[in-house]
Design a binder for this molecule. Structure first.
Ligand code: PEP
Ligand code: MG
Length: 576
């Protein structure tokens, strides 16, 4: 049995066979061929083209049945790329001239066309890059005899093993027969990890060479709570983990007994506990786990895995549904947070050197108000169907907040002119996730209705640690004194201005740190649904005065490790 150690990204145990998704960047060595091998290489190329065409037409047929004719038309462009004489002739003539393998020549030709198209100013032609890329990868996969990465045909439960999964890959696996993820790279709060948690799928990320060590079909156990993968375990280990799985179920059921009780301390301090969601179909899970509202709806996933932008009507129907389903509780809709590790294919956003520091979230929205306004209009229109609030991500200072609010004001006026009703008193909050916002929170608090602390980003920006990079994951410390001090500053600023402050970063669901957060005076916590019952249980086990004492003592400690050990020991004392 081989063991692979990684980062615990989403808790729980899964036992199933491995399903590998190869790296999309193929390494193709430059290999010469003999003169007499040329016809064979050309034949391989033709076979790969036929096979690819067959796959695309099958996919097109399935999409037409499942989603509609219009969506299926996307693949017409793929077939056109496949039949492009210029590309085909280029490949064949270069095989004859250079006497190299078809896989190598084709990958070179593919690169050349992508470079040419990316330099063209014409928007339409630029958009063809993703079609050429998609079809090109398919042809390469067929040339190299690799299995397809599509998960559409899965019959049995599998654990997906990949070098990396983008949030849009993970979104596409949503509802498929996937019961676990293992990736070579990634950090604890990368959006892929967050998504796995939301889908309640155990995951281990940053597992180094998992893809190289695990073969397709290997039996795997993944322990997402400690970040361990066992490859082809013996019967004894399998049995032990099956028992552990049962035990975990028992503990979860114990916590679930608290789920409908309020999150109130023994001295009557009440906290609001709500849920983070990425998709509206997570709402049953929010209700099942006792979430009192949605504290963070990450709407950018609504833009993913589609070729066009959602219309105002689609947005509106989506938000109306969420508002009605969660009523009378409130739903905080976060406006789109594109960028960082979440790229959307509809926007031809150039690759950036430091995407997390680049054109992201509110920066993108302020630069593209025509896109931003569609979402704002829909949120406002849906606000009459329940209790909606809206919140801007990545605000770095007061000017950005004022600019966003100006656009919101314009949109409200448009709706009034059109006679479309909306909640005139809709609350508008700010995510505090950039250190400059934390340090100027007193200014921001004067112009915001509430704050929500986004620790996933606040930690990466204040400690200068890429949240998605496993190599520096050891430095990603929620308990770092710098983080605690920033949180204290934000809470004081909010309360000084008389507004409420919550936390929607993953830190809010760390059991030991919860004691400190409670003591620091947060009013609300929003977390993955699964974590809600446990958090309620902990809050109900302590007094606010006790938690305040713990927070004060934690603030005197000088390292993250000391804070972590101290809060763990307090939690153990509390829960026995
Ligand atoms: C955060 O940064 O803490 C947050 C909740 O937003 P996201 O994880 O989507 O960046
Ligand atoms: Mg964030």
């Amino acid at each position: 049995m081989i063991q692979v150690k990684g980062i615990a990204a989403s808790p729980g145990i899964s036992i199933a066979k491995a399903y590998k998704i190869g790296r999309e960047e193929f390494f193709i060595p430059k290999q010469e061929i003999r003169q007499e091998e040329i016809p064979l290489q050309i034949q391989l190329f033709e076979e790969a083209l036929i096979q690819t065409r067959k796959e695309i037409l099958e996919l097109q047929k399935r999409i037409a049945t499942d989603m509609g004719q219009e969506e299926a038309q996307i693949f017409d462009a793929h077939v056109l790329v496949l039949e492009d004489r210029m590309i085909i002739e280029d490949v064949i003539s270069r095989i004859k001239k250079e006497r190299l393998t078809v896989a190598y020549i084709f990958s070179e030709v593919l690169k050349k066309y992508i470079t040419i198209f990316s330099k063209i100013e014409d928007e339409y032609l630029k958009e063809r890059i993703s079609d050429i890329n998609d079809v090109g990868k398919r042809i390469l996969r067929n040339l190299l005899g690799k299995e397809r990465s599509g998960l559409e045909d899965l019959k049995d439960k599998v654990i997906v093993v990949a070098h990396d999964l983008s949030p849009s890959d993970t979104a596409a696996m949503h509802k498929q027969n996937v019961c676990g993820f293992v990736t070579d790279i990634g950090g604890k709060t990368s959006h892929t990890a967050i998504m796995a948690k939301a889908l309640e799928i155990p995951a281990v990320v940053g597992a180094g060479e998992a893809l190289g060590k695990i073969q397709a079909g290997d039996m795997l156990i993944i322990d997402g709570t400690v970040g361990l993968v066992m490859v082809n375990p013996d019967e004894e280990t399998l049995e032990a983990y099956r028992r552990e799985e049962q035990k975990l179920k028992g503990i979860t059921e114990q916590f679930l007994l608290n789920k409908d009780l309020p999150a109130v301390t023994s001295d009557q301090k009440v906290l609001e506990i709500s849920a983070n969601i990425e998709f509206p179909d997570e709402i049953p899970s929010v209700k099942l786990h006792g979430g009192h509202g949605i504290g963070l709806y990450r709407t950018e996933f609504f833009y993913m895995n589609r070729k066009d932008l959602p219309t105002e009507e689609e947005h509106y129907q989506n938000y109306k549904f969420v508002a009605e389903e969660m009523s009378p509780y409130s739903v905080i809709i976060r406006t789109i947070d594109l960028g960082g590790d979440k790229f959307l294919s509809q926007f031809q956003v150039p690759r950036e050197m430091q995407p997390f520091l680049g054109w992201r979230a509110i920066r993108f929205c302020l630069a593209r108000p025509e896109i931003f306004k569609v979402q704002l209009r829909a949120i406002l229109r849906a606000s009459v169907h329940g209790k909606l609030k809206l919140m801007y991500p990545m605000i770095s200072g007061i000017e950005e907040l004022q600019q966003a609010n100006q656009i919101l004001k314009d949109v409200k006026q448009e709706l009034r002119n059109e006679g479309k009703p909306f909640d005139e008193n809709i609350e508008v909050g700010v995510m505090i996730e950039v250190p400059s916002a934390a340090l100027t929170a007193d200014f921001l608090a004067k112009e915001a209705d509430f704050f929500s602390i986004g620790t996933n980003d606040l930690i990466q920006y204040s400690l200068a640690v890429d949240r998605a990079n496993e190599k520096v994951a050891y430095l990603y410390e929620p308990a770092h004194p710098a983080v605690l001090r920033l949180i204290r500053t934000i809470i004081e600023a909010a309360h000084g201005a008389g507004i409420r402050v919550g936390m929607c970063g993953e830190m809010a669901s760390e059991p030991a740190l919860l004691l400190i957060l409670l003591g620091l005076g947060l009013d609300e916590l929003s977390m993955p649904p699964l974590a809600i019952p446990r958090s309620k249980y902990i809050i109900r086990s302590i007094s606010f005065a006790q938690a305040q004492g713990i927070a004060l003592e934690a603030l005197t400690l000088s390292t993250g490790k000391q804070v972590e050990d101290f809060s763990q020991s307090k939690l153990r004392e509390l829960l026995g």
